[in-house]
Ligand binder design. Structure first.
Ligand SMILES: NC(=O)c1ccc[n+]([C@@H]2O[C@H](COP(=O)([O-])OP(=O)(O)OC[C@H]3O[C@@H](n4cnc5c(N)ncnc54)[C@H](O)[C@@H]3O)[C@@H](O)[C@H]2O)c1
Length: 267
């Protein structure tokens, strides 16, 4: 018996990173999973590997028409959708006063508008399916500030707000809505070297290894549990919030950060 037997869950940004691990774990736990992303090749390959209980759809979360098509494709494949993981996101580094409006709006469109459109498109489907769950991916920057990621931080705070409002408005329809708030997680977002592990020249490979080692050292120092988090660990939290184990929980942000937000270290 899987924790998600009989469920159909759409995971945005499902082609790699945390979304990929969520798709893998959800299939393992019995769900049918729609992997949705803009990385078509990676998404198709993953869905193929996962077998008949996974399907890839192209979905740019910032586009209304893409959501309509993705919902139609999901229902066509599996007959219903009763779960959503709004995981897609992008990060841009810049001082607030140096951030061009286009860059700020790009982050808002993907991270914040994407979550809004996802909830709006899927809530009626989840209600029609007899209820279900939405898990939004915020961040610990949804609960605290972080310099040089102002646009990102603003959108992640907005996601926590949207999560609370959606939980209130959708509870009576049998839909629970929660958020995961990861700290530093080892994906391409924190370590772009992961994007191209088969680096072509020896020098480039050494540089990328050095960058990964520096990142590991940094988080050993910053995080009480002395390491960066793993995408699989966030996937397990998303699973908890998507299955009956969390049946009395809605409207909450869940921090998963190795203790980083717990307080200020004096050592
Ligand atoms: N890695 C971290 O340290 C960290 C920390 C806190 C929160 N997060 C959040 O976790 C989520 C997953 O990120 P990740 O760490 O797996 O990084 P990632 O960059 O590996 O994954 C992001 C995924 O989102 C997809 N995506 C980007 N724009 C999209 C769009 N317009 N439409 C659809 N898909 C799109 C990407 O193609 C990719 O598959 C993001 O929302 C991110 O903000 C990450």
């Amino acid at each position: 018996m899987g924790k998600l037997d009989g469920r159909v869950v759409l995971v945005t940004g499902g082609a790699r990173g945390q979304g990929e691990q969520e798709a893998r774990l959800f299939v393992e736990e019995g769900a049918e999973v729609v992997v949705a992303d803009v990385l078509d090749e990676q998404g198709e390959t993953l869905a193929k590997e996962l077998g008949a209980r996974a399907r890839y759809v192209h979905l740019d979360v910032s586009r209304e028409d893409d959501w309509v098509a993705a919902v139609a494709a999901a229902k066509d494949a599996y007959g219903k959708v009763d779960g959503l993981v709004n995981n897609a996101g992008i990060l841009r580094f810049n001082a607030l006063v140096d951030t061009p409006l286009d860059e700020f709006m790009q982050v808002v469109r993907v991270n914040q508008v994407g979550v809004f459109l996802g909830i709006r498109a899927l809530a009626p489907e989840i209600e029609a399916a007899g209820g279900g769950t939405v898990v939004n991916t915020a961040s610990y920057t949804g609960l605290t500030g972080m310099a040089y990621v102002g646009a990102y931080t603003a959108t992640k705070h907005a996601i926590v707000g949207l999560t609370r409002v959606a939980a209130l408005e959708l509870a009576a329809k049998g839909i629970r809505v929660n958020a995961v708030c990861p700290g530093a997680i080892d994906t391409a977002m924190t370590d772009p070297a992961l994007l191209d592990p088969a680096t072509t020249t020896e020098a480039a490979a050494a540089a990328s290894e050095a960058a990964s080692a520096a990142i590991a050292r940094l988080y050993r120092k910053l995080v009480p549990l002395e390491r960066i988090g793993r995408a699989e660990e966030v996937a397990r939290l998303a699973l908890f919030l998507s299955c009956e184990d969390s049946s009395y929980i809605t409207g909450q942000p869940f921090v998963i950060d190795g203790g980083w937000l717990a307080g200020v270290s004096v050592m």
